[in-house]
Design a protein around this ligand. Structure first.
Ligand SMILES: [Zn+2]
Length: 234
């Protein structure tokens, strides 16, 4: 079972991701069960801003519901297969983060970390191309375990961008996964602005990225508490 604190964080995460513009009617955030690593918790099929504690459901790693059979997210297999393949991951955010999507379709350009808040992006998140797994006539959704597994294999360190679709970010806590999701969107906006000014943009080295990332991991609660307060207003 989720602890009460984790349950509260998971509900707050849904609201924060909406308030910060990372998700809208779509997108989702999950947490691995602390007592059973083969189970994870995520809202029933609901817009993130509407999620309350009673909406959380438990799933196994095949994407089957454990607690009840309310309508669930089509793309829950993203979460299931990442938890299966990455034991270090304890939270997953999947979003259609709008500033990320141009970087998934513009050839010759990669999302890369360019400010100190975004070191978790490391060198450049890999791009998942669903056509390589499922042909050229899909709806681009990760709607079964096979596609979830393909996406999980594409996951870089902490994130993967999905062509024409969005972003999936992982963390060792709910707060870290949310922080990374918010700042991936920030980095994408900043990178587009820098690229409009110059075709010679300076990015973080991998060493800078790692150092910045570990520094920011000690500061997560400051941002979280602010975002939580702002999200309460919605
Ligand atoms: Zn999606």
């Amino acid at each position: 079972m989720l602890t009460d604190a984790m349950k509260q964080d998971l509900v707050d995460a849904n609201h924060i991701l909406y308030e910060r513009g990372v998700v809208d009617g779509f997108g989702h955030v999950s947490a691995r069960d602390p007592d059973n690593p083969d189970h994870f918790w995520i809202s029933r099929n609901l817009a993130p801003a509407m999620v309350a504690a009673q909406d959380l459901m438990c799933f196994d790693l095949d994407g089957n519901p454990v607690t009840d059979d309310r309508r669930s997210y089509l793309e829950r297999f993203i979460h299931a297969e990442i938890y299966r393949s990455r034991p270090d991951v304890r939270s997953v955010v999947h979003s259609h983060s709008p500033s990320i999507i141009p970087f998934t379709v513009a050839k010759g350009v990669s999302l890369r970390p360019m400010c100190h808040m975004c070191g978790f992006l490391r060198s450049a998140p890999p791009v998942f191309e669903i056509r390589e797994s499922a042909g050229d006539d899909t709806n681009l959704l990760i709607s079964d375990s096979r596609l979830g597994s393909a996406l999980a294999r594409s996951l870089g360190g902490h994130s993967v961008v999905m062509r024409g679709h969005g972003l999936t970010v992982v963390g060792s806590t709910i707060r870290q996964a949310v922080f990374r999701s918010v700042y991936a969107e920030v980095n994408a906006k900043l990178q587009m602005q820098a690229m409009a000014l110059s075709d010679d943009v300076i990015y973080l080295t991998e060493e800078e990225a790692d150092t910045c990332s570990s520094t920011m991991d000690g500061q997560l609660d400051r941002a979280w508490n602010l975002w939580k307060q702002a999200a309460i207003q919605i």
